[in-house]
Every structure is written in structure tokens, then in C-alpha cells.
Design a binder for this molecule. Structure first.
Ligand SMILES: Cc1ncc(COP(=O)(O)O)c(C=O)c1O
Length: 412
């Protein structure tokens, strides 16, 4: 999605400067309501725990809490942000990776649903004292993701326990005093195929179920992770979340009945799905350059503002705006486009948003608005090269509110 109708990017830049992150509050609410309704329609006891890693701005956390979401955290810093936004431990899950003893102590006290990443983490937790409710993240045999770097399952993945550690993990947990057990999976991110979700749950429960049954254990909760995708390209379709939720519920009911796993609560941890489409990154054209046949368009935002393209080759659709004679913003994105490399000002050869992008002729001062920048955008920003992190602005009920100030040179 682009900026909400009627939003003038030049007016925003005049007020808040550039580059600038802008989020549409109504879009986040609408996405949450659709997803929550899809899961509620399954008739199971369910809750969506927003994956704080996708965007941890305090105002966005508060907005989602007000809608009824829980929170999923991956570090003590995220736990602190969730607690400050008003989430109670009973609303919070914690799913970390290579958790230190300090991480585990914070997670044990700050989150009711603690999903451990390894047997070694369990041993560290045992020394601290185990909680009554405890889950394990089990690595599904196969991962899945829109591209390799966001695939989080399978043999090469660093996440979770392997299947042959399952019996040891749950029996040691029970011996240490755990009373209620959870199971967590997260095969990957940005998946648009609805059938994937039920299939992944069915496959994992088919492998883990007999092992738990042999131990005589039921599940108090199943946490299916996140991974709900959003389209980043024109040729991609929206995920059918209703079908995804129904497929997961069906798989869970069948497997729980077959393996006598009880009637677990179903948790999910959507990040991208809730916030990606709400956000845009507005950047200004600062310079253009031609070398032989190549055209470069340089922006004031680069990999320090939006890292996904440089980090793993992700693409963000964009719109280009110029001012007309009356000073109004006009979209010129499709005006006689020709290939140009769209790049940032950072001293790294990977500082490109897109090579050979279809770009109109642009002039200094024109604006490029990157879409679907609300997830894994600001949270991955840095001040490398002495570039301050951009500010964040929330559009809500016709009003515009600064929800994070631009980092200052003094901060650096
Ligand atoms: C454990 C866990 N939960 C939830 C998420 C959120 O994923 P997504 O943004 O794809 O929904 C992630 C993302 O990496 C994750 O690792």
C-alpha cells in the first residue's frame, strides 16, 4: 500500500524532514481485526501475539494492545518495550535464539509463554528455576520463506531443537517441575500460500505428537509462529488468512485427537502481516549521475534507513512524486520510465534499493515513497556513516503525530 489517500508527502517532509517513516494507524487496526476474526472463527481459544521485532515503536505497540493483541518478544529489550506499552506477562510470549542466562531470567519473569530454543537453554533455565509453563521451539524438518534468508527451518537453520531432542526436552522439563507444556514452530517468513500454515502444523504434530504421547504429555498451547506474508510485488496476491487459520485449526484438531494431546490454546506471532503495509519510507532525491549508459538516482535514505534491500536483496515498490506548477504533489512514477539504479548515500557498494529500476526522469527535490516499509524497516535502521536514524510519524483519524524524533547528531 502507498500513503493513505490525500496525504501530501511534500507537506510531511516540510514538517518532519527527510528521510521519514510514516505509518497509517487504521491500516494496522484493519489488518489486526481481519487476522483476529479469522482465528476466532475457528472456534479454538486463540490469540495473536504481535511479533515486536517487526516494529517496536511504543505507539504501535499500544495501538495493537488496545485492539486486543498479545506480544511476542525476542530479547530483554523487546520485553521492556512491551511492558512499557502496557502488556502484562500473561499477554507475552518469548521466543529467543541462543538465549543467555540474563535473557532467560528476563523472559521467565516477563513472559508467561516461554519458548526455549535449545536443550542447552533449558539447562541454563533450570539453574535459574523453571516456570510452571514452558514450551520448546522445534525445528521443522523443512523450512519455508519468501527467500533463503527468511527461511527459519530445516537442517541449516540455527533455530530450535531438532526432533530427536524432543523426548529429552519435555521429560527433563517435567522432572524439573514444569506443569504445562507448549510447542512452538516457525518455518519462515513472508509466506503467501494459505495451505502452507496448516501443512506445517500437521507435519510437526505428526512427528512430535507420538513422542509426547509416549511421555503421557498433553499440550497447553501450540504456538504456530508468524510468517503471514504480504505482497511486495504487483504479481503477488494477498494471503487468504481465513483459509490459513481454518487450515491450522483443522490440522491441530486432527493431530491432537490422534495423538491424545488435549485441547491446546492456539497462539500465533504475526509481525509483517500487521504492520508492513501500514508503513512508507519517504526519501528525497538529492542527486543524479550518469556514467556511460548508466543512470544513478541518489536519495537521502539508504541502507541505514531501510536495510532489507542491502541485507537480503528484498525489493520495495515505490512511487515517485514531483510538485506541479501549483505546488501540488503529482505521482510521476510511470512517466516515461527508463532503467536507473536507485541508491543511497552510504559508502558501501551494496547501498542500493534497486538496480535498473524503472524510473522516470527525476529532479533534485522529488520524493520517492517506498511502500510496505512498516515491518523490518525502522527497527533495522542504523546510524552507520554518521547518518542519524529517521523519525517516525503516525497518521491517525486525520491527524499526524510524531512518534519518534529524528536521531540528532548530538546523539551520535
Ligand atoms: C519466533 C518468531 N516469531 C514471529 C516472527 C514474525 O514473523 P513474521 O514477521 O514473518 O510474521 C519471527 C520472525 O522472524 C520469529 O522469528
Amino acid at each position: 500500500m502507498s500513503l493513505p489517500r490525500g496525504t501530501d508527502p511534500f507537506a510531511l517532509v516540510e514538517t518532519y524532514g527527510s528521510p521519514l517513516y510514516v505509518y497509517d494507524a487504521e491500516e494496522i487496526r484493519a489488518r489486526y481485526r481481519r487476522l483476529a476474526a479469522a482465528f476466532a472463527a475457528t472456534g479454538l481459544v486463540t490469540r495473536a501475539h504481535y511479533a515486536v521485532k517487526a516494529n517496536m515503536n511504543a505507539e504501535i505497540l499500544k495501538l495493537l494492545r488496545a485492539e486486543g493483541a498479545g506480544a511476542d518478544c525476542a530479547s530483554p529489550g523487546e520485553l521492556r518495550a512491551a511492558a512499557r506499552a502496557g502488556f502484562a506477562p500473561a499477554d507475552i510470549s518469548y521466543t529467543g535464539n541462543f538465549e543467555s542466562s540474563d535473557d532467560l531470567a528476563a523472559a521467565r519473569d516477563g513472559a508467561l509463554y516461554l519458548n526455549l530454543d535449545s536443550l542447552e537453554a533449558f539447562e541454563r533455565l533450570r539453574r535459574l528455576g523453571v516456570p510452571e509453563t514452558l514450551g520448546f521451539r522445534v525445528n521443522p524438518d523443512e523450512g519455508r520463506g519468501a527467500f533463503a534468508q527468511i527461511n527459519t527451518g530445516g537442517e541449516l537453520s540455527k533455530f530450535g531443537l531438532s526432533l530427536d531432542e524432543v523426548e529429552a526436552a519435555y521429560s527433563r522439563a517435567r522432572a524439573a517441575g514444569v506443569k504445562r507444556f507448549g510447542l512452538h514452530l516457525m518455518p519462515g517468513s513472508c509466506i503467501l500460500e494459505a495451505a502452507h500454515f496448516g501443512r506445517a502444523v500437521a507435519q510437526l504434530l505428526e512427528r512430535v505428537g507420538p513422542r509426547l504421547r509416549a511421555l503421557g504429555l498433553e499440550l497447553a498451547y501450540l504456538d504456530m509462529g508468524g510468517g503471514f506474508g504480504v505482497p511486495y510485488r504487483d504479481d503477488e496476491n494477498e494471503l487468504d488468512v481465513e483459509a490459513a487459520a481454518a487450515g491450522v485449526a483443522r490440522a491441530m484438531r486432527e493431530a491432537c485427537a490422534r495423538h491424545a494431546l488435549g485441547a491446546p490454546r492456539l497462539l500465533c506471532e504475526p509481525g509483517r502481516y500487521l504492520v508492513a503495509t501500514s508503513g512508507s519510507l519517504i526519501a528525497r532525491v538529492v542527486a543524479t549521475k550518469r556514467r556511460a549508459e548508466r543512470r544513478f538516482v541518489g536519495l537521502d535514505a539508504g541502507m541505514t534507513s531501510l536495510m532489507r534491500p542491502a541485507l537480503y536483496g528484498a525489493r520495495h515498490r515505490f512511487d515517485v512524486f514531483a510538485r506541479d506548477a501549483e505546488g501540488r504533489a503529482v505521482a510521476i512514477t510511470r512517466r516515461a520510465p527508463s532503467p536507473a539504479d536507485l541508491c543511497g548515500p552510504v559508502c558501501e557498494s551494496s547501498d542500493f534499493f534497486e538496480r535498473e529500476a524503472a524510473l522516470p526522469e527525476v529532479a533534485e527535490g522529488d520524493l520517492v515513497v517506498f511502500r510496505e516499509a512498516g515491518a523490518y524497516g525502522f527497527v533495522m535502521s542504523s546510524s552507520y556513516n554518521g547518518r542519524p536514524r529517521p523519525p517516525e510519524v503516525l497518521l491517525d483519524a486525520g491527524r499526524t503525530r510524531l512518534i519518534r524524533e529524528r536521531q540528532s547528531l548530538e546523539d551520535l
